[in-house]
Design a protein around this ligand. Structure first.
Ligand SMILES: [Zn+2]
Ligand SMILES: [Zn+2]
Length: 449
């Protein structure tokens, strides 16, 4: 086993200092995570699928800075929100500016679109973004935790089909990754229906004995926010929440029609969904309107397990001082998706077949091999090498590891004769080939060209 041998050798020659306060320089920051090559194949798969989605549906890639002014999040989530008071990783620059590591893509994305006037161009903006976000997790003792989000966003003038397209894309994304998921949808209406619903809920809370059944946290919380009970996982609170009138019963005509249209589309597209009347808040914001949705693993009932979440956020654009017909987006949680793929032992595509591995037997042959590598690569062959290794065994081990069909071996003798050794990696048979006929020989044997 070549890789094992290499690891042992590495361990013998490099001494890693034992962990202590002095060697904190060899500890990653608490709560953060390295992705090592073994795990990276899953990242590669998910990233490829995300990029494919963006291409197929014509979403344009955006890059955004890691830092935004704190004031952006104060505006987007509210100064007293949990997102701002507990989850924001804040810092002050030397000139006294308060900036924050983005805890979510949405505020920065909208800031960028508005700053560059991209929403004034007419038409519909279709944006794709993926990258890390950082949140302080109160439940984890205030650790900073880094996550990766992938966000697909539609902004402009469109109707129910926008929500449906985002749900459809994400649903098929998970389906292609062989993950069984369920779409959960709710409609929280527009400002007008939201106010009407809050009024109705406040009335419902006045009903005798109802509030008394709640857990202590909820008893206090519903005084400020009558919706708070919907997020609670206490059995008593779940029972009380079930008796409350659902928001979908209090939609204005426009919002009701919009929602009916979304559900009709989902039915016709055979996307299984469940109405989740407890879904009001996503990712710490309450600016959502009309349809909001989550994609959760099928049969999962715990909180914070959504693989994707999204909805309409024209309200956020309003908060930031602009107007737009519609804005709808979905964010895929990349780490949760990868952890799901791994826990389900889903195989990640077979390893790539390599045509030719080039090995060298002497310093003088190395340079020729490097030139040959570039020639064959340009001629369209899938070529690999391990030139920094000077023994043949190490190079042949590597050729096996990368799954090469043939290995070319160039030594001093071949260099003098203008020939090269061709080794069939399946049979182990080696023969000498005239260098001038090499490309033709390789073409013939690999049946290409
Ligand atoms: Zn409405
Ligand atoms: Zn409760």
């Amino acid at each position: 086993m070549p890789s094992k041998t290499n690891n042992n050798r590495y361990k013998k020659t490099i001494e890693v200092p034992k962990k202590s306060k002095e060697t904190a320089l060899l500890s990653k920051v608490r709560g953060l995570k390295d992705v090592l090559p073994d795990e990276y194949k899953y990242w590669d798969l998910v990233n490829r699928k995300l990029n494919d989605l963006a291409k197929i549906y014509n979403f344009q890639r955006t890059e955004l800075p890691l830092l935004e002014y704190q004031s952006l999040y104060d505006k987007a989530a509210g100064k007293n929100s949990v997102l701002v008071t507990e989850e924001l990783a804040l810092m002050q620059t030397k000139t006294g500016e308060k900036v924050a590591l983005r805890p979510d893509v949405l505020p920065g994305l909208v800031r960028s679109l508005l700053e560059h006037g991209l929403l004034n161009l007419g038409g519909i903006v279709k944006s794709f973004w993926t990258g890390p976000v950082v949140v302080y997790d109160a439940a984890q003792g205030g650790r900073a935790r880094q996550f990766t989000q992938a966000s697909f966003d539609l902004l402009g003038n469109f109707g129910a089909s926008g929500d449906v397209q985002l749900i459809l894309m994400a649903y098929h994304f998970f389906e292609e990754l062989q993950l069984e998921v369920e779409v959960q949808v709710n409609s929280v209406g527009c400002q007008e229906c939201h106010q009407a619903y809050l009024k109705e809920l406040n009335e419902a809370w006045k009903e005798r004995g109802r509030k008394a059944k709640l857990c202590n946290d909820c008893k206090k919380a519903v005084l400020k926010n009558p919706l708070a009970v919907f997020a609670c996982r206490e059995t008593a609170c779940i029972e009380v929440a079930a008796e409350l009138p659902p928001a979908v019963d209090h939609l204005c005509d426009g919002c009701r029609k919009h929602f009916e249209r979304v559900l009709e589309f989902l039915d016709n597209l055979s996307i299984p969904y469940a109405l989740n009347t407890k879904l009001f808040e996503l990712r710490g914001y309450d600016f959502w309107s009309k349809t909001i949705f989550e994609i959760v693993p099928l049969g999962e009932t715990r909180r914070h397990t959504a693989l994707a979440s999204g909805g309409n956020y024209a309200g956020l654009i309003d908060i930031l001082g602009a107007k737009i017909g519609a804005a709808s987006g979905i964010v895929i949680d990349v780490e949760r998706t990868i952890s799901r793929i791994r826990s389900h032992n889903i195989t990640v595509g077979g390893s790539e077949k390599i045509d030719i591995f080039i090995a060298q037997l002497a310093e003088s042959a190395k340079q020729k091999c490097m030139t040959l590598f570039e020639e064959l690569r340009r001629a369209g062959f899938k070529v690999r090498e391990h030139f920094i290794c000077d023994n043949l065994k190490g190079q042949l081990d590597e050729a096996e590891k990368v799954n090469a069909r043939f290995t070319l071996i160039l030594g001093q003798k071949e260099l003098m004769d203008d020939t090269i050794l061709l080794r069939d990696m399946e049979s182990g048979v080696q023969e000498t080939i005239d260098m001038r006929k090499l490309v033709n020989e390789l073409d013939r044997r690999l049946n290409i060209g």
